[in-house]
Design a protein around this ligand. Structure first.
Ligand code: NAG
Ligand code: NAG
Ligand code: NAG
Ligand code: NAG
Ligand code: NAG
Ligand code: NAG
Ligand code: NAG
Ligand code: NAG
Length: 337
């Protein structure tokens, strides 16, 4: 790609034929070969060239293009300026607002005692990592396959890391632009964080939210012994996404808010069946039904009198209640009345 012989010849030809003298003095003719110069995109780069008093012709080249021949500017790029070089032994240029296209070899070409020499410097342009495209927030049903994408640019090439901190705290890490989640579970819902880093500046971080729909499951039911003539409350709590809708039944009869002396209060994950004034007929077996677009489930709750059964929930919550427990509940229930 870059041919140093070509530069040497070119610079020699230019130096010999074209350039009028810049500092021509006697002494040692050249500086050490230059290293890489690393600058951030948008910054200025100073390319130094140390000459000495034996030098008669000088030029700066960008690849094979002449930027400056002596003090004469050949480049049309206003960002390239010749420094005032107060020291007679210096012939340095400055590139303002460096961009990625400026990356490459630059040559300070010198003619000393009719011998051409050149000093190379390789300009390296760094660009902070930046995320250019990332998946949008999504809502999927439990069991779906999900692919997340996070694309980033930067020089050097950024490393892309995905992170998911679930509620349980066990972290999830994945390196690469894509994350594939097969048969997603509700535990895998939440915020996924993509960070792109190439150590040029602070990592660029963006997030994607995955919402996982799942059918309701009733996590808690509650009933307290309520004497006749008092306010009674049955509570039912269901975990679901989207949030569950609730319905209450007594045996096969659906109960409605405001009818038969009951009020139904739904708040988030929870539903309450409130009896304004409990009567004997109110005691009995109720069913809380929780449903959303993903499914439906129910649980039984007993409204009982004071001092009857206190731990009724565990018995009725279980779909396969043991006959013994059930019997106990029923007996206690009957015994009460
Ligand atoms: C200059 O950078 C290149 C990679 O861009 C590297 O291979 C080389 O070793 C570097 N040279 C010096 C002198 O640092
Ligand atoms: C060089 O010096 C002159 C006079 O001192 C000044 O006008 C000019 O802006 C300077 N150029 C640069 C590139 O600093
Ligand atoms: C150097 O050369 C490259 C390729 O021709 C060009 O894109 C870039 O703008 C040049 N940079 C300077 C500072 O001359
Ligand atoms: C991001 O990537 C997606 C999928 O490849 C594409 O459809 C979309 O146009 C991209 N958005 C931007 C802003 O590049
Ligand atoms: C999800 O991915 C698995 C494994 O790649 C595949 O067997 C299954 O059919 C996919 N499911 C859907 C709904 O695409
Ligand atoms: C509850 O109902 C009974 C019987 O209908 C009635 O006598 C009593 O006054 C009611 N109590 C309240 C607080 O409304
Ligand atoms: C309450 O009713 C449900 C069905 O409606 C039944 O499965 C459950 O055993 C009943 N519980 C009691 C304690 O009678
Ligand atoms: C409760 O669920 C059982 C089994 O899933 C079903 O047979 C029953 O009809 C449901 N009860 C109500 C009131 O929806």
């Amino acid at each position: 790609m870059y041919n140093s012989v070509c530069f040497v010849v070119l610079s020699w030809v230019f130096a010999l034929l074209v350039f009028p003298g810049v500092p021509a003095r006697s002494g040692e003719s050249f500086s050490k070969p230059m290293d890489n110069i690393t600058v951030r995109q948008g910054d200025n780069a100073v390319l130094k060239c140390i000459v000495d008093n034996k030098v008669s012709r000088v030029a700066w080249l960008n690849r094979t293009t002449i930027l400056f021949a002596g003090r004469e500017k050949w480049s049309l790029d206003p960002r390239v300026i010749l420094l005032n070089n107060t020291a007679i032994t210096e012939y340095s240029i400055k590139i303002q607002n460096v961009n990625v296209f400026d990356e490459g070899p630059y040559v300070c070409s010198i003619l000393t005692n009719k011998k051409p020499k050149s000093s190379r410097v390789h300009l390296i342009v760094q660009v902070p990592a930046k995320i250019t495209n990332i998946s949008t927030d999504i809502t999927v049903n439990e069991g779906s396959n999900v692919t997340l994408m996070c694309l980033a640019i930067g020089r050097p090439e950024p490393t892309i890391m995905w992170r998911h901190s679930s509620i349980k705290g066990h972290g999830f890490m994945n390196e690469g632009e894509y994350v594939e989640i097969t048969a997603i579970t509700k535990e895998q819902s939440g915020i996924y964080e993509c960070s792109a880093n190439n150590d040029i500046s602070a990592p660029d971080v963006r997030t994607v939210q995955i919402t996982v729909n799942y059918p309701p499951f009733i996590s808690d039911v509650r009933s307290t012994g309520t004497p006749v003539g008092q306010k009674g409350i049955l509570q039912c709590e269901a975990s679901a996404v989207p949030l569950a809708d609730f319905a209450w039944y007594k045996e096969d009869r659906r109960l409605f808010n405001g009818l038969n002396g009951v009020k139904i209060e739904n708040k988030g994950r929870q539903s309450m069946l409130i009896f304004f004034n409990v009567s004997e007929e109110d005691y009995g077996n109720y069913t809380c039904v929780a449903m959303n677009t993903m499914g439906i489930t129910n649980a039984s709750i007993i409204l009982y009198g004071p001092g009857a059964v206190h731990d009724v929930n565990s018995a009725v919550l279980s779909p396969h209640s043991s006959p013994c427990l059930l019997l106990t509940v029923i007996l206690l229930y009957l015994f009460k009345f």
